[in-house]
Design a protein around this ligand. Structure first.
Ligand SMILES: Cc1cc2nc3c(=O)[nH]c(=O)nc-3n(C[C@H](O)[C@H](O)[C@H](O)COP(=O)(O)O)c2cc1C
Length: 315
């Protein structure tokens, strides 16, 4: 299953999914796995940590990954941006301050510039600097942000503003995009794809402690009146009906699950997915959701002028 969009066409990738820049989890193994599964992975250069960047870029097994830096950190080691650019990254993402001072270097190196933006002014600043893609990040996003506007209203406002001012600039939605439904919703809001990060923390390839992955997978804001469904295994049998008691030993049991994961003991731990499995699951789900809205035979096709979103050139 594929969902072609301007992002997949422009970057010649299979799926409109970017996984990027989580410091330190978006390391070589994760971004390579994302690229192998048909997405775009950006190595998280974060706070220009040269040793980390050297070690992790050596683990990158594919030529089609990009890199990312926190813009205001670049002066701490300005040479690292050049080192990264010499490796011909698929794209270079800058976040959290004016990309202007670095845009020309990035463009000269032939890497498309991606900028993470949190306000419309940031979006205009990014396109004026020459960004080819902006990541419209809503307040729900993991990591740092401005927490000004939620993803749902912010993404279409960036899409609309750039449609006239910079129509060739791609827009990604970011912030609590967690599954196929939110990928489909993002495309309906007019985004060309999504940037998803927190969801990929709980994949086998993320550089993140297993116990923390288990915690992330189990994390829930659900009130006690709502149920959850997981695969039945020995651990589930052991604690079914004793959930209150489990609360008291939760930390110990998370440790037990972490150890079980390392030896693929599925009777104790429901397995953490690989990045590739996750991408395939998300895209298949999004595709099913989008198919629900294909026009009924005989329906009048929507005129371009009426179309609030752009899915791909075949649309
Ligand atoms: C653990 C973690 C570390 C992050 N580190 C960075 C970073 O170094 N640079 C950056 O631009 N964004 C960073 N982010 C933000 C992500 O790139 C992304 O924009 C955001 O997490 C998307 O929202 P989501 O987590 O809801 O998918 C980080 C996010 C997380 C969860």
């Amino acid at each position: 299953v594929t969902i072609p969009t301007r992002l997949t066409e422009r970057f010649d990738i299979k799926h409109p999914i970017v996984v990027a820049s989580m410091t330190p989890a978006s390391a070589g193994t994760l971004v390579s796995a994302v690229a192998a599964a048909g997405g775009l992975g950006l190595l998280g250069g974060g706070y220009v940590d040269r040793a980390w960047f050297e070690a992790e870029s050596a683990k990158v097994t594919r030529l089609d990954v990009g890199a990312a830096f926190i813009t205001w950190s670049i002066p701490d080691d300005p040479g690292l941006l050049d080192i990264a650019l010499e490796r011909h990254p698929r794209a270079m993402m800058l976040s959290f301050s004016n990309p202007g001072p670095y845009a020309a270097r990035i463009k000269k190196a032939g890497a498309p510039l991606i900028c993470q933006v949190h306000t419309l002014d940031h979006a205009f600043q990014a396109v004026d600097a020459g960004a080819e893609m902006v990541v419209a990040q809503g307040a729900e996003a993991g990591g740092h942000g401005l927490a000004l506007r939620s993803t749902m209203p912010f993404v279409p406002s960036v899409v609309d503003a750039l449609a006239t001012r910079a129509p060739d600039v791609l827009v990604l939605a970011a912030g609590a995009i967690t599954d196929g439904r939110s990928l489909a919703a993002s495309l309906m809001l007019g985004a060309d794809g999504v940037l998803m990060d927190t969801t990929f923390l709980a994949t086998r390839e993320a550089r993140f402690p297993d116990a923390a992955k288990v915690k992330a997978m189990a994390a829930s804001l659900w009130p006690p009146s709502h149920t959850g469904r997981i695969m039945r295994n020995d651990l589930v049998e052991k604690w079914s009906g004793y959930e209150r008691k489990l609360e008291g030993v939760r930390t110990d049991e998370v440790g037990t699950i972490g150890r079980a994961l390392q030896i693929d003991d599925v009777e104790t731990a429901n397995l953490i997915p690989t990045a590739g499995d996750l991408i395939n699951r998300i895209v298949a789900e999004a595709s099913r959701m989008l198919m629900k809205f294909t026009p009924t035979p005989g329906a009048r096709p929507m005129a371009d002028a009426e179309r609030p979103f752009r899915l791909g050139s075949q649309q």
